[in-house]
Design a protein around this ligand. Structure first.
Ligand SMILES: [Zn+2]
Length: 690
């Protein structure tokens, strides 16, 4: 899409226009830079500008365009901007019907399909292209004269809903593509809109904050998002799109712009689309296809998004044309569906768990059942409303689904299988742990124990504080926190830093080694960055994303003491509810005492990222990279230079930062010995230059 020279040029120019004011004749360049930055961020997953820099450039483009409205083009990045207006979705015809694929479930199905393909085509051996099958919502995009003309849902396959405005909110979909240069005047492209597991998690965090029942899986979230009437909401969800099929083309010379399916993926990639090219592989014959399907299946949990199978296509287009299609599906393509991650089981009883904020969650205990290779015996039912909505009774047969690393959930019950011995689920009136009467605000779905000293809440707060995504205190897990609590060693969060280890000698299960390890990981947690500490405090409605937003906007945790709800609401993605909860938390004397105590224990309450930023840039700072980085060494160096730094060749007292990748060796040792060099991980480096 871009060569190294172009990339370098755009990077340099971006710094130029961040520092200076562009004029009318720079407008095209500005648009190109923003397109380039979008492509790096959304398609290549390798951002080159910080959010701030991007916003600056975007603002400058907008200002220029408002001065010269006649220069606004339909593919300008500013035209992605969402409108709050409620839209309707008129029905449109696809140029070519969107057929569904035939499904196969095991090797025998594929062998049989291959036999038919060979018979119909008259070929001895067929070349197949295999790629992951995304589990999202299908879309069809129409590009004409280099512009995105229309985006549509699959609908019934012949007609779909026109969702053009919403597709413009998906940043990995190009607003324009230089198809003209390839001699193409019209291009209809098919793809799948997905929500990454990470974005899905963030989205559910927002729902938790708003007290709305969670969405079950990323697929539902993606398809629901495409049909939201308010496109500003669509843009907030962070959808992604993989394009994988060209369904229609028109060229100037009438010739097909590609001869194989694989070439069509290469073409889409070259035009700037996000494709599955990286994972698409070619095989001669079906045997290796079967192996690769198994390989994709075994790797599915490691992918950032959900897949539910593999798609196998005959690679040569002339062969595809030769064997054609039925009225339902093409004969030259096959979906290989992974093992179902659904199972049914019996609901034995419902238990009630008290969370760290006092929320009482019903948990279904079921007959243990294997779902997608994992044994499930208990499932959260979220709240009383979900229990009612799903019409659950004790003794019911339930359909359970587990998608990837998403927690298992109940899809539905089967009331038709009831025998009459089922009993209703009766929600408790008192806290199952401390007996306090439960309370539920009118607009909410969750019952709560309001006793702040409720044992269950105290323990859960400590567990949360120490957990992997919070302070990451290895070794201080659920069981140990409970044990310490029972034995009187630990009953507050700050107590973690005052555990009387000397009293534990001789206690069963506590060798010197395990005590030492725990002490070390507790010590290490003191240097965790501020966003983790904020998250670890377990403030209601404050998830990881909100914690990051908060940490970015302050220099010291104490800054939050004086921020009003209005000020907090100015921050990205923070609404009234979250702000109210924050004000409550920080005005409470007990919480302030807790924070003072943590500070006295030596925890990091300052925002170290902002400290690095004092002076505004890295001018004059020196960098050296060692070990294997996830990005190319040259890219990392370019980033350091772009931020004002310079690159040194060896470790010396002149060196400010050593950025350490995997398997770093002698340079790291030397830097440690010197003691004057700041050692950064790649992630810390990325934060530093932002
Ligand atoms: Zn309680």
């Amino acid at each position: 899409m871009y060569n190294t020279e172009q990339e370098k040029f755009f990077l340099q120019q971006s710094k130029l226009w961040i520092a200076n004011d562009p004029e009318k004749d720079h407008l095209d360049e500005l648009k190109q830079i923003i397109d380039y930055a979008d492509w790096k961020y959304y398609v290549m997953d390798n951002p080159v500008l910080s959010d701030g820099e991007y916003d600056t450039l975007f603002k400058k483009l907008k200002q220029l365009e408002s001065r010269y409205p006649e220069l606004i083009t339909a593919d300008s990045p500013t035209q992605r901007v969402a409108k709050s207006l409620t839209q309707s979705f008129p029905t449109v015809n696809h140029l070519v019907p969107m057929l569904s694929l035939e499904n196969s479930y095991d090797a025998n199905d594929l062998i049989e399909w291959d036999r038919k393909c060979r018979e119909l085509s008259g070929e001895q051996v067929i070349e197949y292209c295999v790629e992951p099958k995304f589990d999202g919502a299908s879309i069809s995009l129409l590009f004409e004269d280099d512009l995105l003309l229309r985006g549509a849902t699959r609908g019934d396959g012949v007609q779909g809903d026109d969702i053009t405005t919403n597709t413009r909110q998906i940043r990995s979909i190009p607003m324009g593509m230089a198809i003209g240069k390839k001699g193409i005047s019209l291009l209809e492209v098919r793809g799948e809109v997905v929500l990454t597991k990470e974005k899905f998690k963030q989205y559910n965090e927002r729902l938790i904050a708003e007290g709305i029942p969670l969405l079950a899986n990323p697929r539902n979230a993606a398809s629901g998002s495409l049909r939201i009437k308010d496109s500003t909401e669509v843009s907030k969800r962070g959808l992604d799109a993989f394009l994988y099929h060209i369904s229609f083309w028109q060229t100037v010379n009438g010739e097909r712009p590609y001869q194989t399916h694989y070439e069509s993926l290469q073409l889409l990639h070259a035009l700037g689309c996000k494709t599955s090219l990286k994972d698409a592989k070619l095989f001669q014959g079906i045997t290796e296809v079967i192996d690769y399907c198994a390989e994709i299946e075994s790797g599915r949990d490691a992918l950032p998004y959900e897949i539910d199978g593999a798609v196998i296509k005959i690679n040569r287009i002339d062969l595809q044309d030769k064997i054609g299609q039925t009225s339902h599906h093409p004969r030259w393509a096959m979906a290989y569906k992974f093992k179902a991650r659904q199972a049914s089981s019996k609901l034995l009883q419902v238990e009630y768990q008290v969370g760290r904020t006092g929320s009482v969650t019903p948990v279904a205990k079921i007959e243990p059942v294997s779902v997608g290779g994992v044994t499930v015996s208990s499932i959260s039912l979220f709240n009383e409303e979900v229990v009612k909505e799903k019409n659950l009774m004790i003794g019911d047969t339930l359909l359970i689904e587990r998608a990837g690393d998403v927690i298992p959930y109940v899809v539905k019950s089967f009331p038709e299988l009831r025998t009459g011995i089922e009993t209703p689920i009766i929600f408790p009136v008192n806290c199952p742990v401390c007996r306090e009467v439960l309370y539920k605000p009118e607009a909410e779905a969750v019952w709560r124990c309001t006793n702040i000293n409720c044992k269950a809440q105290v323990i859960e707060r400590i567990i949360h504080f120490a957990s992997k995504d919070a302070m990451d205190i290895r070794g201080l897990g659920d069981a140990l926190v409970r044990k310490f609590y029972e034995q009187g060693f630990l009953n507050t969060i700050d107590g973690i830093y005052h555990i009387p280890f000397e009293q534990m000698k001789g206690l069963e299960g506590f060798g010197e080694k395990s005590i030492l390890n725990l002490q070390q990981s507790i010590e290490k947690s003191k240097t965790q960055p501020l966003n983790r500490l904020i998250f670890a405090l377990g403030i209601r409605y404050v998830g990881e994303t909100t914690a990051k937003t908060l940490a970015r906007s302050i220099n010291h945790l104490h800054d939050l003491y004086d921020m009003s709800a209005e000020q907090l609401c100015q921050l990205e993605d923070i609404g009234g509810k979250v702000a109210g909860s924050l004000v409550d938390f920080f005005s409470h004397p007990d919480n302030r005492r807790l924070i003072e105590s943590l500070e006295l224990s030596g925890l990091q309450l300052q925002n170290m990222q902002n400290v690095h930023h004092e002076g505004g840039s890295l001018n004059g700072k020196t960098f050296l990279f060692t070990g294997t980085l996830t990005m190319k060494r040259s890219e990392a160096e370019a980033l350091a230079e772009a931020a004002g730094g310079s690159i040194l060749g060896s470790v010396s007292t002149k060196l400010n930062y050593l950025v350490v990748g995997e398997d770093a060796g002698s340079k790291l040792e030397k830097a440690k010995k010197l003691g004057t060099v700041i050692i950064l991980t790649e992630e810390e480096f990325m934060r530093l230059i932002k």
